[in-house]
Design a binder for this molecule. Structure first.
Ligand code: FEO
Length: 399
């Protein structure tokens, strides 16, 4: 299928309606996703990114509606991860005279994935240009946004930025533009994408946005490699502002309570803490694991300043689902959060201590020594938990 993005630039990607996880179940994709590939027609023809291998036939069909694939002059690989590079071996067979263009790192990535190939390569760096005839492509390296090999491609004549994973969202829809679907849905998925993929690289995101501005790059359309295309305001300005806000760690004085419980005692305390937070007039969400999805909770934390984590003690440590959440959080390195731990125990309350350590390892500022109690909370302890929540809410407002 082909859809025009700007004049003589076509989406020739694929919609993956059924994918429900990414990166080995670290990220759930409830709404599916798309793999966006773009065909630029000029005196020379360029294909920017491809699709996951199983959608190769669909992409080739879309290209054939416009040109004979053998006429492609450049295949631009903005990033080597297989969801974007899976169709490269086939397209290079169909366009044997095409030059594969990308960073030195993407060449390494693709060589590892596909083995030695007789492909003609052009390695590019920031500021390098390729003329297509009437128009041209400019390249901007974007290492660690989100792999070392990542790069943005820019078509100045159309003010079109093709940034691969950046600004993407995992949404499968029949629409191709962000302004064609419910704004809340597209921003919700963009936030989930940022929190679960780009959060650890926030400093680099800010630096890259500044660099792009200094290069005088004007942007009218952002066409990422997953989900909807951002064009015009308000969508385009809003997503750029959202990226700045997320990268700076700006957040609201609200709390996320995430916990795992064995026999319901830790859950009762979670609810009492939430009551205290609400009594102070602050917002809170309460998420039990594993009933709530880990990558959804990570998204909810993106714009919340406070994180309270709870677990029963099991084998002298925290329970396994909350342990996985804390491990995930450590890798994501959230900025500017305050936190505290709580939990029940039978004879040794190690879970609260371990959760406190895990919060610190995840760069969260631990503002309370935590709330620990034995077996089941009595009325007095439930009242203390409400007060614990109230105190945390006041700290949220002051942070
Ligand atoms: Fe990093 Fe969408 O691949």
């Amino acid at each position: 299928m082909k859809i025009q993005v700007v004049e003589n630039v076509y989406w020739v990607g694929a919609i993956d309606w059924n994918v429900r996880n990414f990166h080995g179940y670290t990220y759930t994709t409830h709404r599916g996703t798309t793999y966006n590939a773009y065909l630029i027609l000029d005196e020379k023809i360029a294909l920017v990114d491809t699709v996951a291998a199983e959608f190769t036939e669909e992409m080739v069909k879309g290209i054939k509606e416009l040109v004979d694939p053998a006429e492609i002059d450049f295949v631009i690989a903005n990033h080597g991860e297989v969801d974007h590079s899976g169709a490269i071996p086939t397209i290079m067979e169909l366009a044997p005279q095409a030059t594969l263009v990308g960073t030195a790192k993407v060449q390494e990535t693709l060589s590892r994935y596909f083995g030695p190939r007789d492909w003609q390569w052009q390695t590019v760096r920031t500021g390098d240009e390729i003329s297509l005839g009437q128009r041209g492509l400019t390249f901007i390296e974007a290492p660690m946004l989100h792999w070392p090999d990542s790069m943005f491609t820019y078509l100045p004549e159309e003010r079109l930025l093709l940034p691969n994973d950046a600004f993407g969202q995992h949404i499968a829809t029949s629409q191709r533009f962000a302004d064609e679907i419910d704004e809340w849905v597209v921003f919700d998925e963009a936030a989930k994408y940022y929190a679960n993929i780009l959060w650890p690289f926030s400093r680099l995101v800010l630096r890259k946005l500044e660099e792009v501005q200094k290069m005088g790059i004007e942007i009218a359309t952002i066409a990422p490699s997953h989900g909807l295309i951002w064009r015009g305001d308000p969508g385009l300005g809003d997503i750029l502002q959202a990226y700045i806000r997320w990268a700076r760690g700006e957040a609201e004085p609200r709390a996320v309570i995430v916990y795992e419980t064995m026999w319901g005692s830790t859950e009762r305390i979670a609810r009492a803490i939430a009551q205290g937070i609400m009594e102070e007039g602050s917002e809170v969400v309460v998420r039990g694991l594993p009933m709530s999805d880990r990558s959804d909770v990570i998204k909810e934390l993106l714009e919340a300043r406070g994180l309270l984590v709870g677990s029963s003690t099991h084998n002298n440590d925290m329970l396994l689902n909350i342990a996985a959440f804390m491990e995930d959080l450590k890798g994501l390195r959230p900025i500017g959060k305050i936190g505290a731990a709580f939990g029940s125990h039978g004879w040794a309350g190690r879970a609260v201590e371990r959760l406190g350590q895990a919060l610190q390892e995840a760069s969260v500022d631990v503002v309370d020594e935590g709330f620990s109690f034995q077996f089941a909370p009595d009325a007095d302890e439930l009242a203390q938990a409400v007060e614990f929540g109230r105190k945390f809410a006041r700290k949220l407002k002051a942070a």
